[in-house]
Design a protein around this ligand. Structure first.
Ligand code: ZN
Length: 449
């Protein structure tokens, strides 16, 4: 087995983030064996490691790769599609997502994954938590996505979106696909794959299916990845059918806990927040999607105040966490009608909660630059042009790094993009293949009632 080459990323401003939260001007990061081996003075590290592959950051910012706590790679082919206008969230599902996912064949699943994976690399996102649906191509779909993830070089937690909306066979296939992938993830030696049990949402899951999902998660020592109260309709359905609100129902079924991702949580009440807090369930906020769907604004400041870990996802709207964190901050200001509200809450989702979730779930130190942590390192085009020290890192992150493109992306000690040149995936070839497949996919979409 060939030894991973040493890489030295230097001549930049290192933002370690994490507990250390150091800023090192004229700094460098040494990478060896997929991990961070040293962080310090650029000239000194270069002198001591002349054999390392030298990446000159040219005064730009060196920081950990970003993490997306909720993604939908399968949403790719929605770009440019014009579904029947939706008057509410349920119509958005019916007119767009539940038709698009049904139209996907296995080749579409692969291409739908590869395109956002390139975008992840280009925007410095090195870990994602994906939630996949392709009801016409269920069995084997997570293998296809996992292969694309491994080819890209990033890390992913994958799950299949189990739901009862496609009949008993659809439910059974979703559960079988989930179990097959959980077996693969358990045997994975790359350190870059993880599995969860995905559920669409309470409103499309029967009590029997919920019990099967919880049982599956427990058998594989993992958790659920589920949309929770994204719209009022989920609560109305839950109360009408089960006499319980959405999170109470998940709690009673044993579905909450530190290994579960509860996504959206827009229409939850204080008692449901208490359930998240007491069970140490992770919440995930997706501000751009929520604004786009006009479903409301999650009370993330209240959740954080109750001690709930709130991560940040994109819900498939983008692969760029820099864009998401900014949009989330504007939403906080707008909703509170107070520009003082939400800055630390939004920044913490990106630099504290997401790293904590990813580190816990993936079993590797992620989201910070520290010796021994996984070597997920990016170079941002942001050359600090105003004073920068450990006191104003987050200000530079939101208004500098997040307004800049990414120059270089490294994950697990492998260079995935070097000075804007992709190293693992061929963007033009993938787009050509997608452009060839998409017209047929859209015809199948149009043919679905
Ligand atoms: Zn989602």
């Amino acid at each position: 087995m060939t030894k991973d080459p040493k890489i030295l990323v230097g001549n930049g401003v290192v933002l370690t983030l994490g507990a250390d939260n150091r800023v090192i001007h004229q700094g460098a990061v040494l990478i060896e064996g997929g991990k961070i081996a040293a962080i310090g003075d650029s000239a000194g590290l270069r002198r001591d490691h002349p054999d390392a592959d030298w990446i000159d950051a040219g005064g730009k910012t060196i920081l950990p790769g970003f993490i997306c706590a909720h993604h939908h790679l399968y949403s790719t082919f929605a770009c440019g599609l014009a579904p029947k206008p939706a008057a509410n969230f349920v119509e958005t599902l019916e007119n767009l997502w539940w038709k698009l996912d049904r139209a996907l064949d296995m080749n579409d699943v692969r291409l739908s994954a590869l395109i956002p994976l390139v975008r992840c690399i280009r925007s410095g996102t090195t870990t994602i938590f994906d939630h996949h649906a392709s009801p016409s191509a269920i069995r084997g779909s997570l293998d296809v996505i996992a292969d694309a993830v491994l080819e890209s070089g990033i890390r992913a937690s994958l799950c299949y979106e189990i739901t009862d909306r496609n009949g008993q066979q659809g439910t059974d296939d979703g559960i079988a696909e989930s179990e097959a992938f959980l077996q693969r993830a358990a045997a994975d030696t790359s350190g870059r794959l993880h599995g969860l049990v995905g559920l669409h949402a309470g409103m499309t899951i029967s009590p029997e299916t919920l019990d099967r999902c919880v049982d599956l998660a427990k058998r594989y020592d993992t958790g659920l990845h589920v949309h929770v109260a994204e719209d009022k309709a989920d609560q109305v359905d839950s109360v009408a059918k089960y006499g319980m609100r959405v999170l109470e129902r998940l709690y009673v079924a044993g579905g909450l806990g530190p290994k579960t991702l509860s996504v959206h949580n827009i229409h939850i009440d204080d008692a449901e927040m208490e359930r998240l807090a007491e069970t140490h369930t992770n919440a995930v906020h997706n501000p751009q999607s929520n604004m786009n769907n006009a479903v409301g604004a999650a009370r993330v400041v209240d959740m954080a105040a109750k001690g709930i870990r709130v991560g940040l996802g994109t819900d498939g709207m983008t692969s760029d966490m820099k864009e998401e964190v900014r949009a989330g901050l504007w939403l906080r200001h707008h909703v509170a009608e107070d520009p003082r509200v939400g800055f630390m809450d939004m920044a913490n989702m990106l630099v504290t909660a997401n790293p904590a979730i990813a580190t816990q779930f993936m079993g590797r130190k992620l989201g910070e630059l520290s010796v021994g942590a996984a070597a997920d390192v990016i170079v941002s085009d942001h050359i600090p042009f105003t004073p920068l020290d450990s006191n104003n890192v987050l200000g530079h992150l939101i208004f500098g790094v997040s307004a800049s493109a990414v120059d270089t992306t490294i994950a697990d000690g492998k260079i995935l993009m070097r000075h804007k040149e992709l190293q693992t995936l061929d963007w033009a070839a993938i787009c050509q293949q997608a452009a060839k497949a998409a017209p047929q996919t859209w015809r199948r979409f149009a043919a679905i009632d």
